[in-house]
Design a protein around this ligand. Structure first.
Ligand SMILES: Cc1cc2nc3c(=O)[nH]c(=O)nc-3n(C[C@H](O)[C@H](O)[C@H](O)COP(=O)(O)OP(=O)(O)OC[C@H]3O[C@@H](n4cnc5c(N)ncnc54)[C@H](O)[C@@H]3O)c2cc1C
Length: 405
């Protein structure tokens, strides 16, 4: 007979969403195992600028941040948007500076603080929902290991194996994006070291950013997966030099990640099936300018709370989770909602307030440049869906749960 390790809950992944879910479960007294494919602490491509809301979550749930979980500079004051027409909009984060996390150590610190039992070097391979419990297969690279749990939480990030196990063929149905960040030696860099810098420039790519980390300058580019990124990077470097006087030496480290960007824009989240629920970026949570950590933490905590309630009330987990997660769906999708952007305040830096202080001419330049930036996105047919979701939100107060998987 197959020998299985048992737990109340198995979480797949040992990152921030997993840590938040585990914290809720362990606090409520449930035996929780987190499976992580890599040996911990593991590397994680990320700029590491957590929003103030995410920062508060970390402190409230895991305590003060130790020095080793931070990069230099240890905090970020805000974000500067650059438009090709020449307008620059620096915006401070609400409530002051926010930490610059070193994801290798911050995630390890959080998952340890959660109190979950960690099985690292243990890759989730598949799961079978037996109705009363879930049987899980994992592997340490040499041999398979078997687990049995009442519930499984998929917190395994954008290219989620839990999601593809639940929905075979899903990976082929969505558009994948790649983000690559290169770390360069600095010769001269006039960009404010306390800010995260972001370019709304269609010729540079879908997502172009730069900031200081440990005396090196990150230059990142995001575009459709399988694109020629070398050429894109060179273009971004040339632009930074010509436009901003940024002179960088050779790149001495690279970080790459594939991303399921787009799901939160069009309200196409993936929350699982039966006794298996999905959370964090695996579920599609990604805030504007790819800030995903605060949504990962909050959605992870909600996943943990939903499981606690399912145990307590002996009710179907999907029903509970899909009701509870609506608050985080609203927070995340509101960031992309045109009505919320124009008339609300969905972000943690005041874009509309900053723009309002500029001259009419600058406002028109920003409007024109944003329109040009959005034009290449037209081929994904997200615009109409986003508008319809925004109208639904105005009428019903929420986003339509029938669009979720
Ligand atoms: C280049 C880049 C820059 C970014 N910058 C920022 C930023 O500045 N601020 C911000 O808030 N967000 C940023 N993000 C987004 C942010 O990193 C993610 O949204 C966030 O980490 C999602 O957290 P998560 O816990 O859902 O998943 P992840 O952090 O992706 O964690 C998933 C975990 O599951 C593990 N795993 C995956 N598959 C398996 C498996 N089969 N078995 C076991 N374990 C598995 C992974 O190894 C990983 O540890 C950035 C992302 C990228 C790529």
């Amino acid at each position: 007979m197959t020998k299985r390790m048992t737990a109340d809950v198995v979480i797949v992944g040992a990152s921030l969403s997993a840590a938040a879910a585990a914290k809720r479960l362990v606090d409520a007294g449930y035996e929780t195992i987190a499976l992580e494919r890599f040996g911990l602490p593991r590397a994680k491509p990320c700029s590491g600028i957590i929003s103030p809301r995410g920062h508060r979550f970390l402190i409230e749930n895991f305590g003060p941040l130790p020095q080793e979980v931070l990069h230099e500079p240890t905090a970020c004051r805000g974000v500067t948007f650059y438009f090709p027409g020449g307008v620059e909009l620096p915006m401070q984060f609400d409530g002051g500076m926010t930490p610059h996390l070193n994801r290798t150590y911050s995630d390890y610190w959080a998952i340890k603080r959660s109190g979950a039992t960690i099985h690292d070097n243990m890759r989730f391979i598949g799961a079978t929902d037996q109705g009363t419990h879930v049987d899980i297969t994992a592997s340490n690279g040499c041999e398979e290991a078997y687990y049995r749990a009442r519930y499984v939480i998929g917190a395994d990030g954008p290219n989620s194996k839990v999601v593809s196990t639940l929905y075979p063929g899903y990976r082929d149905r969505i558009t994948w994006f790649t983000v690559k960040q290169h770390l360069h030696e600095i010769i001269e860099c006039p960009l404010d070291p306390e800010y995260f810098h972001y370019w709304f420039h269609p010729a540079l790519g879908y997502y172009t950013w730069s900031h200081l980390r440990n005396n090196r300058q990150i230059v990142g580019v995001g575009y459709e997966a399988n694109h020629d990124f070398r050429e894109r990077h060179e273009r971004a470097l040339r632009y930074l030099e010509e436009r901003h006087g940024v002179k960088l030496g050779p790149c001495n480290a690279r970080e790459t990640s594939v991303n399921n960007f787009g799901l939160s824009l069009i309200n196409r989240y993936v929350f699982g099936r039966g006794n298996i629920i999905v959370t964090g970026q695996a579920a599609g949570f990604l805030n504007m300018i790819a800030e995903g950590m605060s949504a990962a933490l909050h959605s992870g905590a909600i996943a943990g709370e939903a499981v606690v309630d399912a145990f307590r009330l002996n009710k179907p987990i999907q029903e509970i989770y899909r009701t509870m997660i609506q608050s985080e769906v609203r927070r995340c999708s509101d960031q992309w909602n045109i009505f919320k952007i124009l008339f609300g305040r969905p972000h943690e830096a005041d874009f509309m307030g900053t723009l309002a202080k500029r001259s009419l001419n600058e406002k028109l330049i920003v409007l024109r440049d944003v329109a040009k930036f959005l034009a290449p996105w037209g081929k994904y047919n997200w615009g109409r869906q986003m508008l319809w979701q925004a109208i639904t939100r105005q009428i019903t107060g929420g986003y339509n749960p029938r669009r979720w998987l």
